[in-house]
Design a protein around this ligand. Structure first.
Ligand code: BG6
Length: 476
């Protein structure tokens, strides 16, 4: 049976600088918001870096990237998604000149990728706002952030044009609503942050994102620049129209971000919300024009779905990727309570395609699980992660279904292709990788890398261009 995946499908994996590089204060790097959040989003931040913060060392990718890229190449990656740590390039964020050593590191990394024919896919800002910008300016609440971001992206585009073709402006830009500090560098505690300031910060990020698209197209005419949103299909808990409306409203809150990136203007449905919350977004001269610079493609993360009800008393709360909702009685959940819903990925792909008619890129998907390192019959250390293979197989089957539905999908980069520190809980034991890294929550471990069973499985998926997936050819 022929595979539904197009010949040039971009198979690969994804990571973020702050979750794996380590070297948090090496070669001139400044502190970022990640260096003061040893427990992810769950506890208050610290004043400065503390030893219990696993991200300070990460998996030492800064020193071991050559070994890791070689492993990605062995799996057959066509693309590798990583982010640039903003505070490596501008340690404080508001300097006029970039840090050359920081720039050199990414030159080396991208060269290493190209050595194996792997195309880098770069997130410009992935939850790693320089701490100075957060403390001094209150992050994206302040309009000056647009200027700092513009300087940063201009440096990146000039430096890496020809080396990086695919760019994402902000990781999960919509998550600022849930996690204003991690996502938007907003130092004001969430409980004290007004809706007005929050949505003004959203506006600043959206303008900055569109500005990056404009500049990127001018500086690198061949580049493709996308937005990146956290997708979270939201189902009505029951067919009760009250629940259906509640689900629609939750989806609109989320769709705002991709709508503006793809269409170039604010959707009308938000007027009602802004009015109800007394939010008055301040547009400056030229903002409307800048927003018209729409993205080349829509990228998104997909892990789970949630339900909503019109009745606030109804349903049991469930966890999800930063966005919580009501538990779906038809779905099972991961060890971290994220409900597993492969068909939600097909629905998401169809929805975005219908809505925007722009190519889609799944840049995060995967299962965070506790792995057991064992020694196999041949004496090799490995992990028999059949649960991860099952999860990814089932999701990729649904990508196949969406392709058959006529959706245009550019590629798929699984999240955390090598074990790294988790974002929401800052743990090592929540592992996503095809490659096991010997590091534990207490900081112990040799940092050695071991191939899991899923390593060989994914290699085969890429080699066969998805033809080996179980169920992929199933018809409606
Ligand atoms: C996304 C982020 O929210 O989900 C990643 O873009 C993150 O940075 C991933 O790691 C998985 O979440 P977690 O909390 O399990 O690491």
């Amino acid at each position: 049976m022929a595979s539904p995946f197009p010949k040039d499908f971009l198979w690969g994996g994804a990571v973020a600088a702050n979750q794996l590089e380590g070297a948090y204060n090496v070669d001139g790097k400044g502190l970022s918001v990640q260096d003061v959040t040893p427990n992810g989003v769950t506890t208050p931040r610290t004043e400065g870096p503390t030893e219990d913060n696993l991200k300070l060392i990460g998996i030492d990718f800064y020193n071991r990237y050559k070994e890791d890229v070689k492993l990605f190449a062995e799996m057959g990656f066509k693309v590798f998604r990583t982010s640039i740590a903003w505070s490596r390039i501008f340690p404080k964020g508001d300097e006029l000149e970039p840090n050359q050593k920081g720039l050199q590191f990414y030159d080396n990394l991208f060269d290493e990728c190209h050595k194996y024919g792997i195309e880098p896919l770069v997130t410009i800002s992935h939850y790693e706002t320089p701490l100075h910008l957060s403390k001094t300016y209150d992050g994206w609440v302040n309009r000056k952030m647009i200027e700092f971001y513009e300087r940063y992206v201009t440096v990146l585009f000039h430096r890496y044009k020809g080396k990086v073709k695919y760019w994402l402006t902000f990781n999960e830009i919509n998550s600022i609503v849930e996690e204003p500090f991690m996502s938007g560098g907003i130092y004001t505690p969430k409980e004290e942050l007004s809706d007005q300031d929050l949505y003004q910060a959203v506006h600043h990020e959206l303008v900055a994102s569109a500005l990056a698209v404009k500049l990127g197209h001018e500086i690198m005419p061949d580049a493709k620049i996308g937005c990146m949103v956290l997708s979270m299909p939201t189902y009505p808990l029951t067919p009760n129209p009250d629940d259906v409306v509640a689900a629609m409203q939750a989806e609109q809150q989320n769709d705002l971000f991709a709508d503006i990136h793809a269409r170039g203007y604010y959707p009308k449905y938000m007027n009602r919300y802004f009015k109800a919350k007394n939010i008055n977004i301040k547009f400056e001269d030229g903002d409307e024009e800048i927003l018209k610079h729409t993205v080349d493609f829509i990228s998104f993360s997909y892990y789970s779905s949630i339900c909503k009800s019109g009745d606030p008393e109804k349903g049991k709360e469930t966890q999800g990727n930063l966005f919580a909702g009501i538990e779906n009685p038809y779905l099972k959940a991961s060890e971290w309570g994220w409900q597993i819903d492969p068909q939600g990925l097909r629905l998401t792909l169809n929805k975005y395609w219908d809505r925007y008619q722009k190519p889609l890129f799944i840049v995060e998907n995967g299962l965070g699980a506790i792995d057991q390192l064992i020694t196999d019959e041949d004496g090799n250390k490995t992990v028999k992660d059949d649960y991860r293979i099952q999860y990814m197989n089932d999701h990729l089957v649904q990508v196949g279904e969406a392709l058959e539905d006529g959706v245009e999908v550019m590629g798929y980069t699984s999240w955390g292709c090598i074990d790294l520190v988790s974002a929401s809980t800052a743990e090592m034991k929540k592992r996503y990788g095809f490659i096991y890294v010997d590091r534990n929550d207490d900081g112990s471990g040799t940092l050695e890398r071991y191939k899991k069973k899923s390593f060989y499985w994914y290699k085969e998926v890429i080699r066969t261009n998805g033809a080996n997936l179980i169920g992929v050819t199933k018809k409606l």
